[in-house]
Design a protein around this ligand. Structure first.
Ligand SMILES: *[C@@H]1O[C@H](CO)[C@@H](O)[C@H](O)[C@H]1NC(C)=O
Ligand SMILES: *[C@@H]1O[C@H](CO)[C@@H](O)[C@H](O)[C@H]1NC(C)=O
Ligand SMILES: *[C@@H]1O[C@H](CO)[C@@H](O)[C@H](O)[C@H]1NC(C)=O
Length: 241
């Protein structure tokens, strides 16, 4: 509810000031960076605000954004991974054998680590896409540090997880107030793609959709089957288009 209230008040404020000039910053694939933050095996069980199967897929889907948009620099980081927090799942590190993996020895906020700051700065990009475990600490601390440094931040709401829905909601509310774009995975992918006719576009994004968004992937499969060898059963031809 706090989430909705913040959204509403932001909208009303923008509306009452200059209704025609709401500042919508678009994600640019030539100016954005994908951060995979502390999605560690030992932290996975703290992501209790999502079903575990759903959340594992959301982590993989977030991590794989850089496999579609190959021009995005990818930065992986972990917190004290030799301890109970554990490693990033190998499926994730295997996606980017050449990307930096910054193993923080103690810093909770990734921005407190000089190697991580240097990796972000080395990209010379200003739009940072993040998600991690847990939402209220790893994601929220880094997102606000980045905002304080003048970066634009997109927090993928589906791929950060924390201990309860209440904690998730106050953390996301805090992010919205810090000017973070708290958005869905599909919003990130669609804004990076911008137009289905681009490259990456439909040809690159549909296989990813089929894997990570079956609600639409199955429609696409059924549409293909109908198109290639479909026939109408009696009654279907009577339906409005
Ligand atoms: C990124 O691409 C957009 C649109 O093509 C262009 O307007 C912008 O100048 C580019 N930015 C950089 C940093 O290259
Ligand atoms: C960094 O980006 C800015 C603005 O897009 C550009 O003017 C500058 O040349 C870039 N620097 C490097 C080292 O790429
Ligand atoms: C196409 O559909 C017909 C039945 O409508 C079926 O007999 C045939 O095997 C199908 N062909 C393919 C290639 O799926």
């Amino acid at each position: 509810m706090k989430f909705a209230t913040a959204l509403l008040s932001a909208g009303l404020m923008a509306g009452s000031a200059v209704a025609d000039s709401f500042p919508w910053e678009r994600l640019e694939k030539n100016n954005s960076v994908l951060v995979i933050l502390d999605m560690q095996e030992g932290l996975f069980n703290l992501a209790r605000d999502w079903d575990a199967n759903l959340y594992r897929d959301a982590m993989m889907a977030h991590s794989s954004i850089g496999t579609i948009f190959k021009e995005l620099p990818v930065i992986m980081t972990t917190s004290a991974e030799n301890g109970p927090n554990g490693r990033l799942p190998q499926e994730i590190t295997d996606m980017y054998p050449d990307a930096p993996l910054i193993m923080r020895q103690g810093e909770v906020d990734a921005w407190d680590n000089s190697d991580f700051r240097a990796a972000i700065k080395a990209t010379n990009r200003t739009q940072i896409i993040i998600a991690g475990i847990v939402t209220d600490v790893c994601t929220a601390f880094l997102a606000r540090s980045l905002r304080a440094e003048g970066y634009s931040v997109w927090a993928n709401i589906e791929a950060s997880g924390t201990t309860s829905k209440e904690i998730r909601d106050i953390a996301n509310d805090q992010l919205i107030r810090a000017g973070v774009n708290v958005v869905s995975l599909f919003a990130i992918v669609c804004d990076l793609m911008r137009d289905w006719r681009h490259t990456p576009g439909a040809a690159e994004v549909f296989p990813w959709i089929d894997r990570h968004m079956p609600a639409y992937g199955m429609v696409a499969r059924a549409h293909r089957a109908a198109n290639e060898n479909g026939t109408l059963v009696p009654g279907q031809d009577l339906l409005p288009l």
